[in-house]
Design a protein. Structure first.
Length: 138
């Protein structure tokens, strides 16, 4: 067996210091202020027409305006899918795959959004009776 040597590759930061468990590169997902509180709402039924995720459409939802991350989970008992978009024009669940718009959540799938508010979250279910679970960290 050939001896390939004992030298190792070391990563250096901009100052020439070795990057290790003490001297780490910053990671963009690290945040200055940690999550404080986890807020969860009762499950909501999504309409088969585009609607905003807010209190006027869903009485048990109040817009936090101080969220750090918002979690949207299509209930695992759903028989169809829910589309998530940023406006009424970018959220369409009906029609062919090429005519749908938004992020498609099948039952059990979760979407995490780094948003402070529910203001730009729009929902549309392909069929009635589809449930969405909503939570957020603040």
């Amino acid at each position: 067996m050939a001896n390939i040597g004992t030298s190792a590759v070391r990563l250096l930061d901009n100052d020439g210091d070795v990057i290790d468990s003490v001297n780490r590169l910053p990671v963009e997902t690290e945040q200055d202020d940690p999550f404080g509180t986890f807020v969860s709402y009762a499950a909501i039924e999504i309409a088969t027409s585009v609607e905003a995720l807010n209190g006027s459409n869903h009485l048990n939802i109040s817009d936090p305006n101080d969220a750090k991350e918002i979690f949207l989970q299509a209930d695992d008992g759903n028989t169809s899918y829910i589309m998530i978009g940023s406006s009424a024009g970018t959220t369409v669940a009906h029609g062919t795959p090429s005519s749908r718009k938004g992020i498609k959540l099948n039952g059990g799938e979760t979407l995490v959004l780094a948003l402070k508010s529910f203001a730009a979250i729009y929902l549309d279910a392909e069929t009635s009776g589809q449930i969405l679970n909503v939570s957020y960290f603040k």
